[in-house]
Design a protein around this ligand. Structure first.
Ligand code: AMP
Length: 297
């Protein structure tokens, strides 16, 4: 019944708007082949849906740089290390479709899980080096194997000229860039700036789970990053880490998983000589895990 209703919405929407909606690999590949043969460039914005202005900014950047903008919405089971997180991930497909239409997106790819994964598919492993097991990788074992697996499949089906990812998931951009480099994939990666709520909280699909109080507490993440950035020129790295620890000690409701000042290219801990430094944080507000980062040098 639910599938039927979705199908009906797809049918209605796809007849009345320029947004083309595909749920199968074969159909979207055939459609994009025509576009490519007509000399059009293709931009891909991979998402898990529950679209917000962060996603919309990626679509706008894709629209400015390529002829045909494809948004994929797929809640990828292989990148969730916590089954409860997968289960409660928001999936408001009808309102997402409306947002894609007003953003001027050309194509939505919204496949079911069995269109992306075969039952007997062999386990995937791509050696992406140390990036796999540090920071997010350490706290979410297996996450980046799931991410590379699904993005490999999306790139293979859609064959985008350019793919747009948010700086919000900084480590993810490095991981996928490494995959593109290792596998010689003909796609240009574009990292887009983080879009924030007026108070500074980085937009995220998971923010819908935050109560009003937790949303207030969650401001501590961006405040901490901004404080580190503001003090960067006048403090050493150990002093900045101490400032961060002192700041977080006044935020008892926020449970921090990590705060790191890292090399922007490798995410190894930064030293005084590191040229590009990014401050990264992951923390829990209630039952919701949040991540954020800021380039501080
Ligand atoms: P998600 O749906 O959370 O998997 O995110 C899909 C894409 O949107 C990823 O490339 C994210 O990094 C990006 N993204 C998510 N939140 C933001 C944000 N607040 N600002 C910019 N990009 C974002």
């Amino acid at each position: 019944m639910v599938i039927f209703i979705h199908f009906l919405i797809f049918a209605l929407v796809s007849n009345s708007t320029p947004l083309k909606i595909f749920t199968t690999k074969a159909e979207i590949a055939a459609y994009l082949l025509q576009k490519r043969s007509a000399g059009k460039t293709i931009g891909l914005v991979p998402t898990m849906g529950a679209l917000h202005n962060g996603h919309i900014s990626l679509l706008a950047q894709a629209k400015a740089a390529t002829d045909v903008v494809v948004c994929s919405i797929f809640v990828n089971p292989t990148q969730f290390n916590d089954p409860k997180d997968l289960e409660r991930y928001p999936r408001p497909i009808e309102s997402d479709i409306k947002k894609l239409i007003s953003a001027g997106c050309d194509v939505l790819f919204n496949p079911p899980v069995n269109e992306v994964y075969d039952d007997n598919e062999p386990a995937w492993h791509l050696d992406i080096g140390p990036l796999e097991n540090i920071l997010e990788g350490k706290f979410r074992p297996g996450h980046y194997q799931g991410v590379t697996q699904v993005v490999f499949k999306l790139f293979d089906i859609i064959k985008p000229d350019m793919a747009f990812f948010g700086q919000k998931d900084y480590q993810q951009v490095l991981v996928i860039s490494r995959m593109v480099e290792l596998l010689n994939m003909p796609v240009k990666m574009v990292m887009c700036p983080i879009v924030r709520e007026p108070g500074g909280l980085a937009m995220s699909s998971r923010n819908v789970h935050l109560s009003a109080g937790e949303k207030q507490q969650a401001l501590a993440l961006s405040q901490l990053l901004q404080m580190v950035k503001d003090n960067f020129a006048t403090h050493t790295l150990p002093e900045l880490k101490q400032l961060a620890a002192d700041f977080m000690s006044h935020q008892p409701e926020i449970k921090m998983e990590y705060f790191e000042l890292a090399d922007g290219d490798t995410l190894q801990p930064a030293t005084a000589e590191t040229e590009k430094i990014v401050a990264l944080i992951a923390a829990w507000a209630g039952k919701t895990r949040l991540i954020d980062n800021m380039i501080v040098r």
